[in-house]
Design a protein around this ligand. Structure first.
Ligand SMILES: [Zn+2]
Ligand SMILES: [Zn+2]
Length: 112
């Protein structure tokens, strides 16, 4: 039957095949996939804004902002949703503990 293939549609979030009888307006398998897609969109928008802020800070040479927006260890854009805890400047536990070890090594050299 012609046009039959056109009816096969896939979830816009996980890529699973949607049921053949799914309404033409349906984009996702279920609410879980819809929530995932929403979160991804929000995250993409946030990353975009952070990228713009960082570009501007680099242009202005604003080291404070650059420090706030990037991981001091590896340079990845971070800034976990405005979390102001001092350790939130790192992209993750690996970089945080690496920085901690570096600080500890410097302290040890100084006191030696
Ligand atoms: Zn899905
Ligand atoms: Zn890092």
């Amino acid at each position: 039957m012609l046009g039959g293939m056109g009816r096969i549609r896939f979830c816009a979030s996980c890529g699973a095949r949607l049921p053949r009888n799914a309404s033409p307006r349906r984009l996702y398998c279920d609410d879980v996939c819809r929530a995932h897609a929403y979160r991804d969109r929000k995250k993409a928008a946030q990353d975009f804004v952070l990228g713009l802020m960082l570009a501007e800070a680099e242009w202005n040479g604003d080291r404070g902002i650059i420090r706030l927006l990037t991981c001091p260890t590896c340079g990845t854009i971070t800034f976990a949703g405005g979390d102001r805890r001092s350790d939130a400047i790192y992209c993750g536990g690996t970089c945080r503990s690496r920085a901690w070890r570096q600080r500890a090594a410097r302290r040890a050299r100084r006191s030696a």
